[in-house]
Ligand binder design. Structure first.
Ligand SMILES: Cc1ncc(COP(=O)(O)O)c(C=O)c1O
Length: 388
């Protein structure tokens, strides 16, 4: 049996998405910037797809910029915004649980003379909003806070954070790569100015994403070329990718999320029933991403447990995919107060709408067997109260 539980890293492309994309390789292959018929036909589909994302978050059509994915969207939001607004100030606030696409964009700005403040989180990963407000200064231009955390699934209250930013006249960016289509976002009601999206986390193709930029927010392009994407992101649009992304958005439904959260909670309770000395990281219930489970196993090296699972056809992650080759403990787990030893015994399991109960039962069986085996040979004998 196989069980792919690394959907936070990437998802299978829905067969309906693949089908929708195929004509755009060989039939409707025009460049949407070309004025002739073939180009203009592609342009119509580009516009339709842009409208799909705009509708999903209730933005205007021209507030959506297509990018190559979540990483580029985060870079464009942070570096592009900083470039266009540095005359107003050089202070940016972010958190200590961001994805590297945000953290490293901020680090790049630090080298350019920007000052970066990082606000901490509580023990399940919620940003301390009072502290965040306290960090805002006259020269603060931008706040960037991840919406749904990629490691521990915490969903921040971006409405309240946005209100604080509005109150102080500071622009607010959120990385919604993991939460998009799982948590509704309505830019008419939520005071957020820029939002990053990625297609391959929602059963769309890789290499395509988008950035919402509220009207009136100025950004400097980070790549230079033609006037594509309202002069904000140069380069011929990836039409097959954009078509696939739009199709994936249309296929996503609220009922998928309900099924995933039921399965997520079933998985967590089974692990707690079957395996001792475990800890769930991140919040419970509705403020957790519907597909995220993150568990620390005392006295176990997650790398070894993950390898045993892999041999048995189960894919998980012992950190976010981008950092899982590093031996450093996860900065997100450290931020919520998990010690290094326990952080190194932690696995992330991320479900999709295709995950079945049989896969979860199989995963718990394999986990139990190998956790017990590894604990028998471990010199560590730590006792953890099963906290759920
Ligand atoms: C929260 C978050 N932001 C950004 C990214 C980067 O997205 P992409 O892989 O589309 O570049 C990821 C990918 O894991 C992510 O989880």
């Amino acid at each position: 049996m196989k069980s792919y539980l690394d959907n936070g890293a990437t998802t299978i492309v829905d067969p309906a998405v693949v089908k929708a994309m195929i004509p755009f390789f060989s039939d409707i292959y025009g460049n949407p910037s070309s004025v002739h018929n073939v180009g203009q036909e592609a342009k119509r589909y580009l516009d339709e797809s842009r409208e799909v994302i705009a509708k999903k978050i209730r933005s205007s059509f021209d507030e959506i910029i297509f990018t190559s994915g979540g990483t580029e969207s985060d870079n464009l939001a942070i570096i592009g915004f900083a470039g266009a607004n540095k005359d107003k100030g050089k202070h940016i606030i972010t958190t200590n649980i961001e994805h590297p696409a945000v953290t490293n964009s901020c680090d790049a700005l630090k080298k350019e003379g920007f000052d970066i403040s990082k606000v901490g989180v509580d023990k399940v990963g919620f940003v301390d909003i009072e502290k965040l407000e306290g960090l805002i200064r006259d020269d603060t231009i931008l706040v960037s806070v991840i919406h749904g955390n990629n490691e521990i699934g915490t969903i921040q209250d971006i409405s309240v954070i946005g209100d604080v930013c509005r109150k102080h006249g500071v622009t607010f960016h959120t990385d919604a790569v993991q939460s998009f289509t799982k948590v509704p976002i309505d830019v008419k009601n939520i005071p957020v100015d820029m939002i990053s999206f990625s297609s391959h986390k929602i059963h769309g193709p890789k290499g395509i994403g988008a950035l919402y930029i509220r009207k009136g927010i100025k950004i400097s392009p980070t790549s230079h070329g033609g006037g594509h994407e309202f002069n904000k992101r140069a380069g011929t649009e990836n039409i097959p990718g954009i078509i696939g992304f739009a199709r994936a958005i249309k296929l996503a439904s609220h009922s998928h999320c309900k099924n995933m959260s039921d399965l997520r909670d079933y998985f967590i309770s089974k692990v707690f029933e079957e395996i001792s000395d475990v800890k769930l990281n991140g919040p419970k219930g509705d403020s957790r991403l519907c597909n995220n489970v993150n568990i620390s196993f005392a006295n176990i090296e997650a790398e070894s447990l993950g390898a045993y699972l892999d041999v048995n056809g189960i894919c998980t992650s012992s950190g976010s995919a981008c950092s899982s080759h590093s031996l450093q403990p996860s900065h997100v787990l450290i931020a919520i107060g998990i010690d290094k030893e326990l952080a190194n015994g932690t696995l992330r399991f991320t479900l999709s709408r295709f995950t079945t109960k049989e896969e979860i039962d199989y995963t718990v069986d394999v986990l139990k067997k190998h956790a017990n085996k590894l604990r028998k040979i471990s010199p560590l004998k730590r006792v953890l109260k099963n906290v759920f």
